[in-house]
Write a protein that binds this ligand. Structure first.
Ligand code: SF4
Ligand code: SF4
Length: 300
């Protein structure tokens, strides 16, 4: 089945998320001292204002990086959606190695300047203090502003699993969606190539498995001239839309994470690893006050 046979439109409504808040300190981990939630939020906010500021803080939408609410648990939602795929990223386990970035580029064969996930970092000037790292893919928001501005409905949220996609055959490259995304999660393919690493090696010959289309990038042909973004490696789904960690059909970043910081799964399944983590740990979503309802959570 094509990635674009779904009938979702740019105005597919977002799903409601039930939130449960808890008070208390971050539990001490084996990898560093504890900090209270306020300190943690301040550190994340500082990341948005400094390192990769354009990615996390500006985006033209404004506001604080973090919202006032804290999604400690995402309970099963009642919509027609079959799956609700999302990620839970443990900031205490991320070691900043960027293996996720490398794995993503390798899996999706993305060109220079196109990274479907980036690792942001806050340097801590205090001696012996551990820096804070967090990997940042597309959040596949339940209420995504990026899809609403597309003049040709080339980008939309799939009804069956909530993954936000771009139909390269429809995209006209206007880049409105890049401007509308408050998280800097979209990239334009300018047609650049990495230099050949061997004499006589042809450039850009590797097809990308994105959307199961196996396109080879050539000048003037999609996806060159289109906007590109993380797809949760949806080309690894089976015909029923399921992933399998055991079979290796799992988003490349989560599969490769050396610190086991990236957890992926179905937020609609109360027994999934991501749902259990959200019930048991404190979590935040970035810029929650914007109402985008990201489906990527960060554990404190
Ligand atoms: S993170 Fe940005 S690109 Fe991804 S769904 Fe949300 S608004 Fe759209
Ligand atoms: S760049 Fe493509 S996907 Fe983005 S708004 Fe324009 S036409 Fe739509």
């Amino acid at each position: 089945m094509s990635a674009f046979t779904n009938t979702a439109t740019a105005d597919t409504p977002g799903v409601a998320v039930s939130l449960r808040s808890r008070r208390g300190r971050v539990r001490p981990g084996a990898d560093g001292p504890s900090m209270d939630r306020r300190q943690f939020v301040d550190r994340l906010a500082a990341m948005g204002a400094t390192g990769l500021a354009a990615v996390l803080a500006s985006g033209g939408v404004g506001g604080a990086v973090l919202g006032a609410t804290r999604p400690a648990a995402a309970e099963a939602v009642t919509t027609g959606q079959k799956y609700r795929y999302g990620m839970v990223i443990d900031t205490r386990r991320c070691v900043g190695c960027k293996a996720c970035m490398a794995a993503c580029k390798t899996e999706n064969v993305t060109p220079p300047g196109v990274s479907y996930t980036v690792v942001v970092e806050e340097h801590n000037e205090q001696a012996f203090d551990r820096p804070l790292f967090m990997t940042k893919p597309c959040f596949h928001c339940s209420n995504p502003p990026c899809t609403k501005v597309c003049p040709v409905s080339a980008t939309f949220k799939r009804e069956q699993d909530g993954i936000v996609v771009v139909d390269y055959d429809r995209c006209i490259g206007c880049r409105y969606c890049i401007t509308a995304c408050p998280y800097g999660a979209r990239y334009f393919d300018f047609g650049e190539h990495y230099p050949a690493t061997e004499p006589g090696q042809a450039l850009a010959e590797l097809p990308s498995p994105e959307y199961g289309q196996y396109r080879v990038r050539r000048e003037g042909a999609s996806p060159v001239g289109n906007v590109r973004k993380c797809t949760f490696c949806m080309h690894l789904q089976d015909a029923e839309g399921r992933y399998s960690k055991e079979e290796g059909r799992w988003p490349a970043c989560a599969k490769t994470c050396t610190g086991h910081a990236i957890h992926f799964g179905d937020l609609n399944d109360p027994d999934s690893e991501v749902s259990i983590l959200l019930r048991e740990r404190q979590a935040v979503r970035l810029k929650e006050e914007l109402g985008t309802e990201p489906n990527v959570f960060y554990l404190l």
